[in-house]
Design a binder for this molecule. Sequence first.
Ligand SMILES: [Zn+2]
Length: 461
Amino acid sequence: MRHPLRAAPLLLLIFLGALSAQPHWKAGTAAFDITPQQPLWMAGYGARTNVAQGTAQPLWIKALALEDQRAQRGLILSTDTLGIPQSIHSNVTKRLQHELNLEPRQMMLHASHTHCGPVLRRALYDAYPIASPEIARIEQYSNQLEERIVSTVKEAFSRLAPATLFASSGQTRFAINRRNNLEEQVPTLIATQALKGPVDHAVPVLSVRDPRGVLKAVVFGYACHNTTLSFYQWCGDYAGFAQSTLEKSHPGALAMFFMGCGADQNPLPRRELRLAERYGNMLASAVEETLLGPQDNLEPELRSSMESIPLPLGPAPTREELKQMSAGPAGGTTRWASRLLAELEAGRSFPRHYDYPVQVWKLGARQWWFALGGEVVVDYALRFKKEHGESTWIAAYCNDVMAYIPSERVLREDMPPRANPRWGYEGNTSMYVYGFPAHRWAEGIEDRIAASIRRQTEALR
Ligand SMILES: [Zn+2]
C-alpha cells in the first residue's frame, strides 16, 4: 500500500501545475538595509543641529516585482526615507528602463516620510544648516542609494514566481488633523470626543500569497505624517514599527508601507519612542484584521499609466521681499531668501511651474490605485474616493516629493489673514523649505490633478 504522506508532494505538484496552466500573477520580493553607516544629517526638521547619533531601528528599501498574465510588469518600491527627490527618481527609473525595460508608469517609488532618515541629494537643502562636508556625504550616500535601489529591484524581478493577489481595507484612528486641533490640546480633545477636521483613517492592504497560500508580501498604506519622533536616531517611525511587527508575525514575508494623503495629519500625541511603537502596533493590527477578513481576489491584470502635468506656481517673491526676508534671524527662510536673491542678482529668472507626477494603476477588474507626488493633504483622498469609489487607494509622497500639495480649501484658508493660528503652512510658507521661488502654488492645482486622474482612469477603463 502507498504511504498516504507520499501522495502529498504529488498533490502539490498537480496543484502547481493546474495553477501554472491558469492565468496567474507572478511576484518577487527583495529588500536591502540602507541604514547610513557614515555620519549624516537627518531629514525633515530644520531645527536639528547635528548629524544622527545612532540607530533605533534599521532603515529599509523593499521591492515587490509584479507580472500579470500578459507579462505586463509593475514595481512597488517602499523606502524608509523622507521623500525620493526628483533626481533620484529620474536616475533610478532611467536605469531600470534600460536594464529591465520598465516604463516610468510601471514603477511606484514610495517614501514613508520618516523624519528620522537621511537628507538626500538637493532635497530641502535650504531648510538645514549644512555645509559642504555634509553635502559631499549626502551626495555620496544618494549615489549609493541609487545603486542599492537598482540592484534590489533587479533581484526582486529575478525571483518572479506564481502568486495570488488580494485587496482589502481596514481602519485605525491615530491620525489627527493637525490644522484643526492644537497639539497640546489633543489629549483633552480625544477624551471629550471633540476632534475636528477631515481625516482618512482607511488602511488599504495589498497582500501577495504563494500558491500554497503563504503570505509573501503585504503592502499597506495610511494617511498620516510619519512624525512621531524627532530625535537623533535612525528610525522608520510608526511605519517602520508596523512593518517590523508584521514581518515578525509572518516570517519570510515582506511588509511594505506607503504614505497616503497625510500632509495635514499627525500621529498625536507624539515625541516618544513608545508612541511610535504603539501607532506601529495599531497599524499592524489593522492590517492583520483585514488578512483574516474577506478579501478581493485580484484577476491577474495590471494596467498602468502616468502623466507629468505642469502645476503653476503662485507669484514669485519680489526683490524687495527677498531683501527683507534675507535680513531676518538665521534659519531656513533667510537661507532660502538669500539664495534666491543671489540668483536674481546673477540675472537668472525663476521657473513658473513644476512638472508633477500623477500615476494610475488598475489591479484586476476593479482596484484603482492612484499615486501622487509631494505632500498631499487629505482632501484629495476624500475627493478621489467620492469620484472613483470608496475602495480606491490613494498614495502620496510617491515618485517625487517636491512640496506640499494643498487642496483649494487649504490654499484659501492659508492666505493671510488667517482665521486659525495653526493655518498658513501647508498652503503657503511651506514652499520655502522646499526651495521654491514662490510663496504658494497658484489656484486651480487641485482641479488640474483631478483632471489628470480622470483622463487616465478613462483611458485605462
Ligand atoms: Zn511632511
